[in-house]
Design a protein around this ligand. Structure first.
Ligand SMILES: C[S@@+](CC[C@H](N)C(=O)[O-])C[C@H]1O[C@@H](n2cnc3c(N)ncnc32)[C@H](O)[C@@H]1O
Length: 158
């Protein structure tokens, strides 16, 4: 939605850059066991996980709504000599191609309505990885909206 774009463009422009650092430890640990082929990273942010996949040999599509974030991510990936297809799109409505990806990653962005669409984009034998905060996290929520962003297993099953 447009408000997401405004909010995230502003955050990135102000220098507030969450998850700006090494790729997800969880994804890195699992990488050797994942099927190879095409990868999709949704809400890619500054692209750390997209770059990890690309450097491991995946053909990567990376989606985000923030043109500012994608600009930063693209510049960093290019500096490493990494090729990624950056897609500026709203994940509230974006529909990925069906049966396309060996690996789909959604990290620290929880969009429950998007999950069935992502699952449909996983090719047979592929894997979908979701890394996000849980309701059971020890760190307390400081806002009401924070609670909504925390996953409560088994609230969603494929
Ligand atoms: C916390 S960051 C994600 C970090 C990244 N996945 C990682 O692990 O490094 C959340 C991202 O979601 C993106 N985002 C928020 N709402 C969105 C929407 N409706 N469509 C697409 N991207 C969205 C933001 O622009 C931001 O880059």
């Amino acid at each position: 939605m447009r408000a997401d774009r405004t909010k995230w463009d502003r955050r990135y422009k102000s220098g507030d850059r969450p998850h700006d650092g090494p790729p997800s430890e969880f994804l890195t640990r699992w990488l050797p066991y994942l099927p190879r082929g095409r990868g999709l990273d949704v809400a890619t942010g500054l692209g750390r996980n997209a770059v990890l996949l690309a450097e491991a040999g995946y053909r990567v599509d990376a989606v985000d709504i923030s043109s500012v974030g994608l600009g930063l991510a693209g510049a960093r990936a290019a500096a490493r000599g990494t090729r990624i297809r950056w897609i500026e799109a709203d994940l509230d409505s974006w529909v990925p191609p069906a049966d396309r990806y060996a690996v789909v990653v959604m990290a620290f962005y929880l969009n429950r309505k998007l999950m069935p669409r992502l699952l449909a984009a996983v090719r047979p034998g592929g894997v979908m990885i979701v890394e996000t905060h849980l309701r059971a996290d020890r760190e307390p929520c400081r806002s009401r909206s924070c609670v909504a962003w925390r996953f409560r297993p088994p609230e969603w099953r494929p």
